[in-house]
Design a protein around this ligand. Structure first.
Ligand code: 6R9
Length: 571
C-alpha cells in the first residue's frame, strides 16, 4: 500500500523540522501569539477579527472574498468588526446573554459571518446548522440545545417547526419578508439602527463558543460543545499544517454547518489575519477550478469527495484553468485515495495532504506536513503536543502494525468539553486516559497512521457524517414503513451511500413508486444527504434479543461477507 512515497516539497515551510517541534513541545509557546496572554481578556472574536481591525496595517485588508451565483462581495476586517458589533448590539437589545444558545440556519453568505461573530462577541454560544437540513433535523437540534434565538432567512423559516420549540423566543429574519409578529426581528432594519461600537464580553478560555451537532450510531445527534480555548489549536495547526502566511489567499470548501467550516473555514485563517475565500451555492467542477483561478487561491482545504469529482471530470476541464497560484492542498473527512494523490501530482503538480480529526476533537490531530514525506493512504503523523496511539478495548497500547482503536491521550486545547446535556455520552468516549475515536487504524514502524474504517455504524457519505438511527427514526414515521435498518454501502465516488432495509406495514406493496416516495420523505423531512440512495424491502429486520437492529449483519448480507457471530440474533 505504501510502495510509492512522495518526498517533502522544497520550500520555506512554517514547520521545517517535525521531530524537533515535537520534542519539548509546550502549548504555552503557542499562547504567546494571543493578546489575552498579556491582557487576560479573552474572546475568540477579538483575536480573529477585532485585533486586526485595530491594527492600522490590517484593518483595510480583505478578510472575506465572497462569491456565489449572482453575488460577489468583499469585506475587510474593519467592516466585519463593525457589522458584528452592530449585530451584537441587536442581540443585547433582545436580551441575549453569555451562555445563551443562538443558532444560525443560513446559506453560506456574508451575513453568516457577521452574525456568527456578533453572537460570539456577546459571549453567547453559536450553533450553526447546515442549510440543507429539513424540519426534523432542525427540530432535534433546536430542541436539544434549548436555543433562545435563531437567525434564518424567510425561505428557510418554513423548515422551522416553531410550535415544537418552546424555548425559541425570537427569530431574526435575513431577507425580505412580511412577518409582523413580535417574535420576528428584521435583520436589515435593526442593523441600520445599531451602533458600530460594542463592548465585547470578555469570557473565560473554558467558556462555551460553538455547538456542532454530530451523529453517533445510537440516539439523536449529539451537541458537541467547544470552548474559546480551542483557538490555541486552530492557530497552531493553521501555522504548521495549513502553512498559512500573511499574503495567502485561503479557501476552505466546507460549509460552516460542519466543524471543518468553522474551525478551518472561519477561525484558522482569521486568527492569522489571512484573506478567506467563501464560495456560496452548489459547485460543479468548473466552479471549483474557476474559484481557484479567479481569486488566485494559494492554499486550498477540501474533501476527498470533491477531489474524486474533479478526477472524474477529466483532464480537459483541468487544462481550461490556471492553477499557478496554488501552492498547498489539504483534504479531510474521509480516506484520501492514493489514486487521488497521484492525480493531484499530475493536475496541479502538488501533493495533496491528508488530515485526520473529528467534530469532537475540534481541530486537526493527525496530518501530513509539507515538510514530511507522504505515504499515500496514510493520514500522516500526530501534530506536536498530541499523543496518538492504537489501543485495545481496555485502553492498552498495541504494537506497530496491529489494528485497533485510534485513540488520543486526553487533554488537548480544542477537545470538546462536553456533550450538551448528556454527561454519560461524553464519558463514554474515554477509556484509561485515552479519547477513543470510533475509528480503527494501525501505526507503522515509522509512526505513520493508517485509517482502516469506522468501528461503529456511523455512515460517512461524501464526507458527511450520518447516524443510522436518525434515518431509521424518520423512516418509520412513514405510514408504509414498519421497521428499518440503515447501513453505509461502499461507493467509489461518495465513499459510502446510505442503504435502507425496511419492512412494510400491512396493506402496502413493494413498488418502485412507494420506495421513491419513501426516499423523498426522508429527503424533504430530514436532509437531502441523509436520504437513502437504495431501499430494499425485507420480510424481517434482524435484531438482537434486546431489540437492537443488527446493522452489522445487514451489511454482511449486502456485501456477501461472512456473517460472524450471530449468537445474539433474535429467534
Ligand atoms: C473533521 C471531520 C469524523 C470522521 C472520523 C473518520 C472520518 C475524517 C478522515 C477520516 C479517513 C481522514 N475522517 N478525516 N477518515 N481519513 N483523513 O470530518 O469531522 O464530520 O465529525 O467526521 O470522519 O471516520 O471519525 P466529522
Amino acid at each position: 500500500m505504501d510502495m510509492q512515497r512522495i518526498p517533502a516539497r522544497d520550500g520555506d515551510h512554517n514547520l521545517q523540522n517535525y521531530e524537533k517541534a515535537r520534542e519539548n513541545f509546550s502549548w504555552d509557546d503557542v499562547k504567546k501569539n494571543f493578546s489575552w496572554n498579556e491582557t487576560g481578556k479573552v474572546n475568540i472574536a477579538y483575536e480573529a477579527i477585532d485585533r486586526h481591525a485595530a491594527d492600522p496595517n490590517k484593518k483595510d485588508k480583505v478578510a472575506l472574498l465572497y462569491s456565489a451565483p449572482g453575488r460577489e462581495e468583499k469585506m475587510t476586517f474593519d467592516e466585519i468588526s463593525k457589522q458584528s458589533n452592530q449585530f451584537a448590539n441587536v442581540l443585547k437589545k433582545y436580551d441575549i446573554e453569555k451562555g445563551d444558545r443562538v443558532f444560525l440556519f443560513l446559506p453560506r453568505s456574508p451575513e453568516f459571518y457577521v452574525t456568527f461573530f456578533g453572537i460570539l462577541k456577546t459571549g453567547a454560544i453559536a450553533g450553526p446548522l447546515f442549510e440543507a437540513f429539513m424540519e426534523q433535523a432542525v427540530r432535534d437540534r433546536l430542541q436539544d440545545s434549548e436555543a433562545k434565538m435563531l437567525i434564518t432567512t424567510p425561505e428557510l423559516l418554513e423548515r422551522v417547526p416553531q410550535e415544537d420549540l418552546p424555548d425559541l423566543e425570537k427569530i431574526v429574519l435575513v431577507g425580505d419578508h412580511n412577518e409582523t409578529s413580535g417574535k420576528y426581528i428584521d435583520f436589515a432594519s435593526e442593523m441600520k439602527d445599531a451602533s458600530t461600537d460594542f463592548d465585547i464580553e470578555w469570557v473565560d478560555l473554558e467558556d462555551g463558543m460553538v455547538i456542532h451537532y454530530t451523529s453517533g450510531s445510537t440516539g439523536k445527534p449529539k451537541g458537541v460543545y467547544h470552548v474559546h480555548n480551542a483557538m490555541i489549536q486552530h492557530y497552531a495547526t493553521a501555522e504548521w499544517v495549513i502553512d498559512l502566511k500573511e499574503d495567502d489567499v485561503y479557501w476552505c470548501t466546507a460549509d460552516p454547518g460542519w466543524v471543518t467550516g468553522t474551525s478551518y473555514g472561519v477561525f484558522a485563517p482569521w486568527l492569522h489575519g489571512v484573506t478567506n475565500v467563501i464560495r456560496g451555492g452548489r459547485f460543479t467542477p468548473d466552479d471549483w477550478y474557476e474559484t481557484i483561478d479567479k481569486h488566485n487561491v494559494t492554499v486550498w482545504y477540501t474533501a476527498p469527495t470533491a477531489l474524486r469529482k474533479l478526477v472524474s471530470a477529466g483532464e480537459d476541464v483541468v487544462r481550461k484553468y490556471d492553477f499557478s497560484s496554488l501552492r498547498h492542498v489539504m483534504s479531510v473527512g474521509e480516506p484520501l485515495n492514493p489514486e487521488v494523490i497521484t492525480w493531484g501530482l499530475k493536475a496541479f503538480d502538488l501533493r495533496i495532504h491528508d488530515t485526520w480529526w473529528m467534530t469532537e476533537t475540534g481541530a486537526m490531530l493527525i496530518v501530513n506536513y509539507p515538510s514530511l514525506e507522504i505515504r499515500p493512504g496514510s493520514m500522516g503523523k500526530p501534530i506536536p503536543g498530541i499523543d496518538a496511539s492504537i489501543v485495545d478495548n481496555e485502553g492498552n497500547e498495541l504494537p506497530p502494525n496491529q489494528m485497533g482503536n485510534l485513540a488520543i491521550r486526553e487533554g488537548w486545547p480544542s477537545m470538546m468539553r462536553k456533550i450538551w446535556k448528556r454527561p454519560e455520552k461524553f464519558e463514554s468516549y474515554f477509556i484509561n486516559g485515552w479519547y477513543v475515536s470510533g475509528d480503527s487504524a494501525y501505526k507503522d514502524e515509522d509512526g505513520y497512521f493508517w485509517f482502516q474504517g469506522r468501528l461503529d455504524d456511523v455512515i460517512n457519505t461524501s464526507g458527511e457524517r450520518v447516524g443510522p438511527f436518525e434515518v431509521e427514526s424518520k423512516l418509520i414515521e412513514h405510514p408504509a414503513v414498519a421497521e428499518a435498518g440503515v447501513i453505509g454501502k461502499p461507493d467509489p465516488e461518495r465513499g459510502e451511500i446510505i442503504k435502507a432495509f425496511i419492512t412494510l406495514n400491512d396493506g402496502y406493496e413493494d413498488s418502485p413508486e412507494l420506495l421513491e416516495e419513501i426516499r423523498v420523505f426522508i429527503k424533504t423531512g430530514l436532509a437531502a444527504h441523509a436520504a437513502p440512495r437504495e431501499i430494499e424491502v425485507k420480510d424481517t429486520i434482524p435484531k438482537t434479543r434486546s431489540g437492537k437492529i443488527m446493522r452489522r449483519l445487514l451489511k454482511s448480507w449486502e456485501l456477501g461477507l461472512p456473517t460472524g457471530d450471530t449468537s445474539t440474533l433474535e429467534e
